[in-house]
Ligand binder design. Structure first.
Ligand code: SF4
Length: 79
């Protein structure tokens, strides 16, 4: 799957790094590192990270329809 984190939106809350540590990692206090081509075996972890992100900064292609719709609405809200 492909994923993108909107780093302008991300506040470094690290919920994603906690829920999907093989995909997201915090570097220092606020910088987020992530794998934009996360393996499909990480799908469930990524799904939880997307749901837990307090600012909906994680956008995922090919996760599932529900999250895809949520991501689309987030994109629609972007300035
Ligand atoms: S959970 Fe959201 S705000 Fe927190 S580090 Fe991850 S992407 Fe950023």
């Amino acid at each position: 799957m492909r994923l993108v984190v909107d780093l302008n939106r991300c506040q470094g809350y690290a919920q994603c790094a906690f829920l999907a540590p093989d995909v997201f990692a915090m570097h220092g206090d606020e910088a987020l590192l992530y794998n934009p081509h996360a393996d499909d075996t990480q799908r469930e972890h990524v799904r939880r990270a997307v749901a837990a992100c307090p600012v909906q900064a994680i956008l995922v292609e090919g996760l599932d329809e529900t999250v895809g719709a949520a991501a689309a609405s987030v994109e629609g809200m972007a300035p």
